[in-house]
Design a protein. Sequence first.
Lengths: 339, 364
Amino acid sequence: MLLEKLSNARAVSGREKEVRELLREEIKDNVDRLKTDVMGNLIAVKGPDKPGPRVMLAAHMDEVGLMISEITSDGLLKFKPVGGFDKRILVSKKVSIGEKNISGVIGAKAIHLQKKSERDKPLDYDNLYIDIGAKNKENAEKLVSPGDMAAFTTEFKKISSHRALGKAFDDRVGCSLLAELTEYSYDYPIYFVFTVQEEVGLRGAGQAAYWLKPDLALVLEGTSAADVPENKEFRYSTTLGKGPALTVRDRTIVVNKKLLQELIATAEEHDIPYQFRRTTAGGNDAGVINITGEGIPAAVISLPCRYIHSPVSLLDLTDYANMKKLVYNYLLAIKRKEF
Amino acid sequence: MNGGYLTIMNKIEKSTDIKKLIKELSERSAVSGEERGAFQLVKDFLSHYTDEIRTDPLDNLIARRAGTAEDIKVMLAAHLDEIGLMVKSIDDNGFLKFATVGGIDPRTLPAQEVIVNGRKEITGVIGAMPPHLLSRDKRKKAHKLEDLYIDTGLELEEVKKNINIGDTVTIKRELTYLENDYVSGKALDDRAGVLMMLETARELDKIKHQADVYFVATSQEEVGLKGSETAAYDIFPDVGIAIDVCHGQMPGVDRGDASEMAKGPAVAFGPQVHPDIYQLLTKTAEERSIPYQKEASTTPYGTDAASIQIARSGVATALISIPLRYMHTSVEVISLQDVKSGAQLLARTIAEIDQDFLEGLTCY
């Protein structure tokens, strides 16, 4: 399963190499041309010379992670977050560091040694570090350098007939869907864009959109599902198992109304379950693509995932299948429409 | 409950090396009261080095290796159980609320994979309310136990079929080999101690010793030192030595509360330690040039040494510990060097124990 390989691969923002190479290998025989740009975006095209609307599909390769900022005299590694984190989830987790894939763990003072007041406070970055088993600074410097990225190491696992655990589903689900969609043929030029640096402020997609100047863009994402205990149902941003989520608007974009209506119509026509993303918070590459050049109509389709931006998230594989069905049927419908 | 969550059980040979042993030990599932999950592995290894193996009503695993003299009994105790969780309730959507078994810091739990030991082993993840839905105030507070739950991804019906209230939950973590013979994993408190005990058996096989040696993988240490209490009553040894872990030095911890990593095992001195055994351990280490550290242990509680000492009419006890960082998290770190040194020290010390030494134990 491609999603499994992509989820297990490591690509903290700015260091997307591992995922890029995996994707390149996966799609190279399905597309007409393949290139990387100066940012590191991977851009593939099918039917560049065909008439019709030029369609861009985008998914980001990068994931949230940690950057080594300092090596202490004890040989422990201080770090800073890359991308948005709840720092409270870092303690007692395993990471893999740099291109040498050095193993490390994020420890915490034993509960036995904590004062009562300490137990109520989350550990901040000042009190967190990665332990690679180095004896001292010199020993650690041979293996790790400041600037190296650390990624979580959770392995993808199917935990029931239709649910799976893994890391970086935001946005390897999008990457996986895009790669799978290269297998089909389309009547118009279609660009598959795997972007970089989404998690550090939507830094990669704009350049690719500027270069391609597509007539419309669809962004495929992994989004947060909040259908969890203690939360009230009206606050669920999305729900697992209820189909792909369509964005109406978020912090970065007001989704093109025509595209949105067409996506809804496609879902209805093919009996594909779908839901709306029921929050205006968050944002993704569609936000920058939308305001590139003279403006590009853009829409977002997301896969609900619980616990994104943490070492382990959980998704529903029927949602994945339905999302693929929705996007594919929408892409088929495009040829009949004018842009 | 049999075998732990790694269903493929590798055969343990007499020659199985320390790196493989610690991986197998750490990854077995044996939450306090369910020590049987790790029995087979310990049995397999000790069967090569001992004359008799049995279990008792509290699920202690006891193996005896005969010495050359009669009537000298040395008991080594390392606890096999680990901290964990227990299912407390199942909500209408199939999410599980849980209680802790042993001292768990709830702050280490969010985004942690777990195994629910139900009718079959069920993988889950510990979830909490997404941070962007929390008020700024709440986000600044650490997670509390009541805020957390286990998400198995299963439908309610499936959950009810496989999981019962009272089922234990094992924290899931595969062992990681770090640099310099350091390893990281769950339950190294006290599987590292069990490892030292197994390595001691291997060392004793190379030398002569008068005492009968009882290797006891004790149960229920994390919930009140229970197994060692009945095992010590049963065996009533002349000398009892508990093998456990102590805090390894790390930032934010007072150096007086912790021992250095990779500088040898910590030999404890305190009310629960008989001065003569302490002397014998440190003298043996000096004579044999085995690295060791001294640990000032001011209170007698906290390890099996405490319960062994007060068995029947009293037992001369000692405590040897492996420095360990991040105790009671799923990423505990130890140095295998410390385990090897500790095993050598224990074997050489046991070889020194004879009737004369035992007679001296009451001469204060």
